[in-house]
Design a protein. Structure first.
Length: 279
């Protein structure tokens, strides 16, 4: 994962500078193969050589430090990104891998999954977090992520617990819009939304939320998020464990039709409750 992010970032810098591999190599007095080897994460490229290339491409300081760190650790599997680790954008790795994923399966136990949130829901959720300083930036980033991922180019299955639809986030109007948004999204052919009802009791997802991403040419990964860190798992045994959790969730969750009915029932219950309160 580090190697892919490193290579993609160098390619983006070359495009921004309007330089080909050959042109960059010529300016540095290198063979073109050296630039290609560096982008592909092959060993043998020194820190000094990387620094020369990044300098040529006028790399911003934070990105410079990030790419130097990735260069050192490119071949290490699994990736823990702690808060305060120096990674300038902790959501970057997830976004980049979502863009190239062919299949995404996610589980969210307590709140509506980020890909399905309306902006007001995201605002109130981010405003309650202890480690979020720029709430509007979180809302913008999440909205951009939704537009990028929910484009019909990949299959997406999202499991959520019934509790996620009942936990009040914002006021009644925000929750009503969020629930109706789920119904609107649920008819998209590439998106599957399945709910685990409270009546199901304990289930395989009780340990916490995760995202399982699968690709065309690279092994699958699992993404976990907490207050203290983002974690990406690549090792086969860990991925297989979460694949088994997905299978279990699939056996426990309502199908799409019954999930839509549960959402509709909750909307009706809340509307009747508001009417009674007003009377």
């Amino acid at each position: 994962m580090r190697g892919r992010e490193f290579g993609d970032a160098i390619r983006a810098l070359l495009r921004a500078a309007d330089l080909t591999n050959r042109a960059a190599a010529a300016l540095l007095g290198w063979q073109e193969a050296k630039v290609s080897e560096l982008i592909n994460g092959k060993e043998g490229v020194s820190d000094l050589e990387l620094a020369k290339l990044l300098g040529l491409l006028r790399t911003p300081p934070e990105e410079f430090d990030h790419l130097m760190a990735l260069h050192h650790d490119a071949h290490i599997r699994d990736w823990l990104q702690p808060t305060g680790s120096g990674v300038p954008d902790r959501a970057r790795t997830l976004r980049e891998h979502e863009k190239i994923a062919l299949d995404i399966t996610s589980w969210s136990m307590n709140v509506v999954h980020g890909l399905l949130q309306v902006p007001d829901y995201t605002f109130h959720l981010a405003n309650s977090a202890v480690n979020v300083k720029d709430v509007p930036a979180v809302v913008r980033t999440r909205s951009d992520r939704q537009q990028s991922v929910l484009d019909g180019h990949r299959a997406i299955t999202i499991f959520m617990h019934e509790h996620a639809l009942r936990l009040p986030v914002g006021d009644a109007a925000v929750m009503a819009e969020q629930r109706h948004h789920l119904l609107r999204l649920s008819v998209r052919p590439y998106l599957t939304i399945r709910l685990i009802p409270t009546s199901a009791g304990p289930h395989a997802g009780i340990a916490g939320d995760f995202d399982l991403l699968k690709f065309k040419k690279i092994p699958p990964i699992v993404y976990l998020e907490s207050h203290g860190a983002n974690v990406f798992l690549e090792d086969q045994s860990s991925v297989e464990l979460y694949e088994n959790v997905v299978k279990s969730l699939g056996r426990t969750a309502l199908d799409e039709k019954r999930s839509r009915k549960l959402i509709t029932d909750i909307i009706g219950e809340e509307a009747r409750g508001e009417q009674v309160a007003q009377e």
